[in-house]
Design a protein around this ligand. Structure first.
Ligand SMILES: Cc1cc2nc3c(=O)[nH]c(=O)nc-3n(C[C@H](O)[C@H](O)[C@H](O)COP(=O)(O)O)c2cc1C
Length: 204
């Protein structure tokens, strides 16, 4: 009996491994195809006025995109920070899922930015569980973006889920502009990602 259970578990593990590998290959192919369109070096030509780049980042990917936007637009940056410093652990994913289900969002550490002097506010965060990272919910619930031009961006493994829809709903009364999402890719794509950012900004 135990032998049979072990065989079943082994078969399931092998099937799971194959599915994960196929998924990874599909994502890699999709990233390669998307970023091939941005192989050509682009020059930043837009003039977006006074820019603020607001972002939340836990592991640095969103911060990297935010820094590139700020450098190109000569904008200011504002980092959303939580009172609690999140520690990486397998339980963290389950905790966030539970908090999203219960609409419990973390307390923020930083004072809110004054956006009144900016023409455009970029707002970016990682995707957590197919939606915005919870600190972005905390942030948007306290902000007044009425009539402000807000340009959303996200970073994610491969699936942004309902990020844009959720940001649009929560950035109340903002004029939400063209969204860009960035899958995490290897350093070999740094130039292509930069070109994608420039292309996006030039077309806003
Ligand atoms: C709790 C949690 C949930 C996540 N959920 C998703 C998801 O639904 N879809 C996805 O593509 N990536 C998901 N990711 C991966 C992150 O979106 C991705 O690594 C992101 O670029 C991290 O940004 P950061 O480095 O700025 O924190 C998740 C990561 C965490 C920690």
């Amino acid at each position: 009996m135990i032998k049979k259970i072990l065989v079943v578990l082994l078969v399931l593990a092998v099937i799971g491994g194959i599915c994960a590998l196929v998924h990874q290959l599909k994502v890699a192919y999709k990233n390669k195809k998307e970023l091939a369109a941005f192989a050509q070096v682009k020059t930043y030509t837009a003039n977006l006025g006074k820019v603020l780049v607001v972002y939340y980042s836990w592991t640095g990917h969103t911060q990297d995109i935010a820094e590139q936007i700020a450098a190109l637009t000569k904008g200011d940056m504002y980092r959303i920070q939580t009172q609690e410093e999140f520690k990486s652990s397998p339980a963290f994913y389950a905790r966030i899922k539970k908090e999203l289900n219960n609409k419990i969002y973390p307390a923020l550490a930083s004072n809110l930015p004054d956006v009144s002097n900016y023409d455009v506010v970029f707002v970016g965060a990682p995707v957590w569980w197919y939606t915005m990272a919870t600190p972005m919910y905390s942030f948007l619930s306290q902000m007044d973006f009425k009539n402000k031009k807000v340009i959303p961006f996200s970073t994610q493994g491969s699936n942004p889920g309902t990020f844009l829809k959720d940001l649009t709903t929560n950035a109340k009364k903002a004029q939400v502009g063209t969204y860009a999402d960035f899958n995490n890719v290897g350093p070999e794509y740094n130039q292509a990602v930069h070109n994608k950012i420039v292309h996006w900004l030039n077309n806003l």
